[in-house]
Ligand binder design. Structure first.
Ligand SMILES: *Cc1c(COP(=O)(O)O)cnc(C)c1O
Length: 446
């Protein structure tokens, strides 16, 4: 059994309140501009911020750094074949590298690409290749309170309507993101995956699963879907992907690694084309921008990601955080998804209009109050899209303890208690590309 030998993310010391206030101001009231040493508990993302196991570290020590034909690549290929069922693998430096490689081979100018919901890098890569990314979530996705089991699902009727609108020949691929990161990490059912397979056949399109959180998704399938209650998580995880023609993966999520990614395909011709494209953008097709040790770590991580003990602790911890927040009176998206708890900042600060970024105000208050760093995913991050004013508190994998969750709950409770006094923010400076402003813009309180 594995244990964890290293903790990452943030400092072990909570800075004094005045010091936090000073650093927040220096950071332009933007959490991305804080140093990790300014942060006590870092919930900015679950991407690459987790703790590796002793087995992963041991594998890294024995990694093969050969340019071509590295044994660590073979170990990764074997893990992907065993855990995910794909024999043809193109390694990449991380998930977006995989998206660039695969979508560059599948999508052409004028194409239309449906997805349950495009994650931001997915949207950008579809658009960059001339495609029009269209979100087709189920109705319940937009209802923050509905207790439906699979709010991450794609709506096949919306995709059919789209196809009859634009013509099926303009849809080269149907994408499905499991879990659905842009819809609060909500899961997708096995039934919905099967329906999407049928849909792709109907449209003569390639069925691509964005598998970043395939293991977390499997946990929900077992818990909530008829016929899966007694099945092994590893088996369910594999069955999900068995329906897809291709997968893109970020090793920074359910690869339990700090970096890395890959494409998996079934078609030999598509395999050749993705390999060629990967050489251009990522590296030779047996390392793809990863060091041998990165591949070695991911090979072990993928196998750990589908184990009982790991997954139930992981999903259980995210739920525990959700429960604590709810008890503290914090309005959250329900049910709680796989990797994060999403807070409805619009309801926390009804006095702050969307133009004054209630989500970003909440991000600042959580830092001010308890050194906790979350991220805004509302009007500040996605201008002009009229999304709910959500703040994501993502839990790094295998990193925090129950005392940390306690601190987060108390911090959020204190923020709620004086929520009426909280003011909004305005932008002082922002980058040219508005779509990327939440990474670097500077703000000030109004
Ligand atoms: C993180 C993520 C990606 C991109 O992966 P990176 O490793 O960050 O480049 C793609 N899709 C989804 C659903 C993700 O969560």
């Amino acid at each position: 059994m594995f244990s964890y030998t290293s903790a990452t993310a943030a400092t072990t010391e909570l800075l004094a309140r005045e010091e936090r206030e000073r650093r927040l101001e220096q950071a332009g009231y933007n959490g991305f501009n804080l140093a990790s040493s300014d942060v006590f508990i870092d919930l900015l993302t679950d991407s690459g911020t987790g703790t590796m196991s002793n087995d992963q570290w041991a594998a890294m020590m024995q990694a093969d750094e050969a340019y071509a034909g590295s044994e660590s690549f073979t170990a990764l290929e074997n893990a992907i074949a065993d855990v995910m069922g794909f024999e043809r693998v193109v390694p990449t430096h991380q998930g977006r590298g995989a998206e660039n490689v695969l979508y560059g081979c599948l999508i052409e100018e004028g194409d239309v690409v449906p997805n349950n919901t495009h994650f931001d890098t997915t949207r950008a890569h579809v658009a960059k290749n001339g495609g029009d990314p269209v979100d087709c979530p189920v109705e319940a996705a937009g209802d923050l309170d509905s207790e439906e089991a699979f709010k991450g699902n794609i709506d096949p009727d919306k995709v059919r309507a789209l196809a009859s609108d634009v013509g099926a020949d303009r849809i080269p691929a149907v994408l499905l993101t499991i879990t659905n990161n842009s819809v609060a990490g909500q899961p997708v059912s096995m039934e919905n995956i099967r329906q999407t397979r049928d849909l792709a056949d109907e449209l003569d399109a390639t069925f691509v699963i964005d598998a970043c959180r395939f293991a977390e998704n499997a946990f929900f399938v077992r818990e909530r879907e008829d016929g899966y209650g007694n099945r092994e998580l590893a088996e369910i995880a594999r069955e999900q992907l068995s329906h897809a023609d291709a997968i893109v993966m970020s090793g920074k999520k359910d690869g339990l690694a700090n970096v890395g990614g890959f494409v998996g395909v079934r078609d030999p011709d598509l395999f050749e084309r993705t390999k060629q494209r990967a050489i251009l953008y990522e590296g030779f097709s047996t390392y793809g921008g990863m060091a041998g040790r990165d591949m070695a770590a991911m090979a072990v991580g993928l196998r750990e990601a589908v184990t009982e003990g790991y997954l139930s602790a992981r999903i259980g911890q995210v739920r525990d955080l959700g429960e604590r927040l709810r008890e503290a009176g914090v309005p959250i998206y329900t049910p709680v998804g796989g990797h994060a708890v999403y807070v409805d900042a619009g309801r926390v600060f009804p006095q702050i209009p969307d133009e004054a970024f209630p989500g970003q105000a909440l991000v600042c208050e959580l830092y001010r109050e308890g050194g906790v760093r979350g991220v805004e995913l509302g009007s500040f991050a996605f201008p002009e899209t009229h999304r709910p004013e959500l703040v994501r508190l993502a839990l790094p994998r295998r990193t925090y303890h129950v005392e940390h969750l306690e601190h987060i709950g108390e911090t959020a409770g204190a923020v709620i208690d004086r929520s009426e006094e909280t003011r909004g923010l305005e932008i002082v400076s922002e980058p040219e590309n508005e779509a990327l402003r939440h990474f670097s813009a500077e703000l000030k309180p109004v």
